[in-house]
Design a protein around this ligand. Structure first.
Ligand SMILES: Nc1ncnc2c1ncn2[C@@H]1O[C@H](COP(=O)(O)OP(=O)(O)OP(=O)(O)O)[C@@H](O)[C@H]1O
Length: 258
């Protein structure tokens, strides 16, 4: 279990995270959701160990890792900008982390991951030959083959198109379940957060607005911010789709009227 206790972080005298405490259970998929600038990436970087908190503790499986350097935490991240090696091809990028740690993933597991992420025909390509979505899939494969204790994903699906996005969402869920892999995802997309995660951490201005299961957030939003920022966006999307497909009003589909 990962625990954050009373975390505080400021940049240049401006407080970005305020007295933030939460727990993430083993194997859970958590999304960190909130508007631009609310502190999502800062929180992810604190968990990863790139950044130090000003106050508070990070506990993993009962051990205080607040001062443990990033490389000793055993967590791994897929960055938003992919951070791939331009001088290596796709296959070499995927296998890079296994050079000195062979056996973490079997050849079969690696092949499965490559197939699932649709990278088979790209293995010999250079990184510069790939689209943004393809680069993101390589970054995901490269991190997943390392089977980290905690997988951190910074906007992992934002550059992917619909079909592959859904398949990667399924794979992230499958991997989290199969390996009991705790997965923490930063996103600004409520639909992504609510359909992918066991629990969603909604942050507003560096504070927890609500931390709950998707159905609790939908059915019992804890405040106006959750209602307005999160649920309104979903409702607008839903109504647009109903309008496109024949004019059902949302309440009729919810079962209030026929
Ligand atoms: N290294 C830094 N130095 C100074 N200010 C920073 C630094 N990193 C982040 N900030 C500030 O902290 C705030 C939170 O940034 P953060 O990147 O965590 O937000 P975010 O929720 O991930 O935003 P976005 O969705 O736009 O990526 C912002 O106001 C940002 O300008």
């Amino acid at each position: 279990m990962l625990e954050l206790k009373y975390i505080e972080k400021s940049f240049d005298g401006v407080q970005v995270l305020k007295n933030l405490s939460l727990q993430v259970d083993d194997g859970e998929i958590i999304s960190i959701l909130g508007p631009s600038g609310c502190g999502k990436t800062t929180l992810l970087n604190l968990i990863l160990g790139i950044l130090d908190a000003d106050e508070g503790q990070i506990i993993y499986n009962g051990n205080d890792i607040t001062d443990t350097p990033m490389e000793k935490r055993g967590f791994n991240i897929v960055f938003q900008d992919y951070a791939l090696f331009p001088n290596l091809n796709v296959q070499q990028n995927i296998l890079y982390g296994l050079r000195n740690r062979a056996g973490i993933s079997t050849e079969k597991e690696i092949a499965e991951l490559i197939k699932l992420l649709g990278l088979e025909e790209h293995l010999n390509k250079r990184i510069e030959q790939l689209s943004g979505g393809q680069k993101q899939r390589v970054a995901l494969a490269r991190t997943m083959v390392m089977k980290p204790h905690i997988l951190l994903l910074d906007e992992p699906l934002s550059a992917l198109d619909g079909v592959i996005k859904e398949s990667i969402k399924d794979r992230i869920k499958t991997i989290a379940r199969e390996f009991k892999l705790t997965t923490i995802i930063v996103t600004h997309d409520p639909e992504e957060a609510l359909t992918l995660s066991d629990r969603v951490l909604i942050i507003n201005n560096g504070e927890i607005s609500q931390y709950a299961r998707p159905n609790e957030i939908i059915n019992t939003p804890s405040n106006d911010f959750v209602r307005k920022f999160i649920l309104n966006q979903l409702e607008i999307k839903r109504n647009n789709i109903y309008a496109l497909f024949g004019g059902f009003s949302a309440p009729a589909v919810m079962g209030y009227t026929v």
